[in-house]
Design a binder for this molecule. Structure first.
Ligand code: SF4
Length: 338
C-alpha cells in the first residue's frame, strides 16, 4: 500500500481522513503549500495527523542530484535517476520544461534522450513534483509548463493526465490549462484521446518535415503513423478542442529547409488552425546534422513567410550551453557513460 501522500489521488486522500474535506486539506498542504511535514498540517486534527504518521504516511519529494546554470538565465535540474527539467524565466513568465519519462524509446535522429533508450515511465507525482520542487527551490511562481523534456508524454499518458490534474487544480499547483503545452512526436491514437481530455491544454506537434521519406529519417516513429493519419487526427483534435496547435520544426541545414520542404509544409498545414515554431538545430555530438547559421534560419523563415499565411516564430533555444536545449536532454547521462 502506497504511503507517499503525493502519490495518492484526492479521492484516496479523502478516504484517509475522518471527514471528506480532510482530503482537500491534505491535498492543499502538499501541493499548494508544498508542506513536507505532516505535523504542520495545522488545520486537521492532531488525532488524524498522529494516525497518518503512526501508519507510516509521509510527503515524498523528488531529490535533486545537481543543477547547472546557463548564461541566459535558464537552469537545468537533474533529478533522481537522471531525469531533467529546465527552468526558463522570461519577463513576467516562468516556464518549466518537464520530463515525462526517463529516456525515450522513439530514438528521434537528433535527440540525446533517444540515444539513452527507454528506461521507465515517471509517475504522475514525479512529473508534477518537478514543477513544485523547482518553484520552491528558486522561490519563483511557475506560470507555464511544457512537456518537452525527456520522453514522449503521450506514451505515458495516464500519468501525464494525472500530473496535469495536479498542476491545474486550484488546491494544487494552480496553473491554467492554457499555460500547459504537451509536445508530441505524433502518436496518432493518443491525439484522438487527448481531444477528449477534460483539461484544455495546448498541443504542439514535432513535425520536422512534411515530406514522408524525410520525416521517417528524422523520426522513426513516422513509419507507424503517416502524415495523412497525423493530419486527420489533428483535424479531429481541432474540432473538439478549438485551440490553435503549434507545429514544431527543427531546421536541419541542407536537409529540410529547401523549396520542396516549403511546398510540402504549405500543403500539410492547409485547413489546420496552427502556428509554426522554427527551432534551429542544436548540436548534439552524436549526430552529424549541420547547424544552420542565423542567416540560414532567416532565409528559410522568409521563404515560409512568403508562402504560408500563418504565424511563424523562431525559437532560439534556451540553455544551449548547459545542454538544456531541445534535443539535448539526457546529455549528462550519456557523457558519464563515455
Ligand atoms: S525528441 Fe522527444 S520523442 Fe524524440 S527521442 Fe527525443 S524525447 Fe523522444
Amino acid at each position: 500500500m502506497e504511503r507517499n501522500l503525493k502519490a495518492l489521488t484526492l479521492r484516496q486522500l479523502s478516504e484517509l481522513g475522518e471527514k471528506h474535506y480532510n482530503g482537500i486539506q491534505i491535498y492543499r498542504w502538499i501541493w499548494k503549500r508544498g508542506e513536507e511535514n505532516i505535523e504542520n498540517f495545522t488545520d486537521i486534527s492532531k488525532k488524524l495527523r498522529k494516525k497518518l504518521i503512526d501508519e507510516g504516511y509521509f510527503v515524498g519529494k523528488i531529490q535533486e542530484k545537481f543543477r547547472i546554470h546557463s548564461s541566459d538565465g535558464s537552469i537545468k535540474f537533474v533529478f533522481e535517476d537522471g531525469y531533467e527539467s529546465v527552468y526558463m524565466p522570461e519577463d513576467d513568465r516562468v516556464t518549466v520544461c518537464v520530463s515525462s519519462q526517463l529516456g525515450c524509446a522513439l530514438k528521434c535522429n537528433f535527440c540525446a534522450t533517444g540515444l539513452l533508450g527507454f528506461k521507465r515511465n515517471l509517475k504522475a507525482w514525479e512529473i508534477a513534483d518537478q514543477v513544485l520542487q523547482i518553484s520552491k527551490k528558486l522561490n519563483s511562481k511557475v506560470t507555464n509548463v511544457v512537456f518537452m523534456g525527456m520522453g514522449e508524454p503521450l506514451l505515458n499518458f495516464e500519468n501525464v493526465k494525472q500530473a496535469i490534474r495536479i498542476m491545474t487544480s486550484h488546491i494544487g499547483l494552480n496553473i491554467g490549462a492554457r499555460h500547459i503545452t504537451i509536445s508530441t512526436s505524433g502518436i496518432v491514437p493518443k491525439i484522438y484521446e487527448l481531444a477528449e481530455f477534460d483539461r484544455r491544454v495546448k498541443l504542439a506537434i514535432s513535425l520536422h518535415s512534411a515530406i514522408e521519406e524525410k520525416r521517417v529519417l528524422v523520426m522513426p516513429i513516422a513509419k507507424a503513423y503517416s502524415l495523412n493519419d497525423l493530419k486527420n487526427s489533428l483535424i479531429y483534435y481541432l474540432q473538439k478542442q478549438r485551440r490553435r496547435i503549434t507545429i514544431e520544426y527543427i531546421i536541419l541545414k541542407g536537409f529540410n529547409d529547401k523549396d520542396e520542404d516549403v511546398k510540402a509544409l504549405k500543403k500539410f498545414i492547409q485547413g489546420l488552425n496552427c502556428k509554426i515554431n522554427l527551432i534551429p538545430y542544436n548540436r548534439v555530438d552524436y549526430f552529424s546534422w549541420e547547424v544552420p547559421s542565423e542567416e540560414d534560419v532567416y532565409q528559410f523563415y522568409d521563404k515560409l513567410k512568403k508562402e504560408l499565411d500563418v504565424v511563424i516564430t523562431i525559437r532560439w533555444s534556451r540553455g544551449r550551453d548547459v545542454y538544456g536545449a531541445c534535443g539535448q536532454l539526457g546529455f549528462e547521462i550519456l557523457n558519464k557513460a563515455k
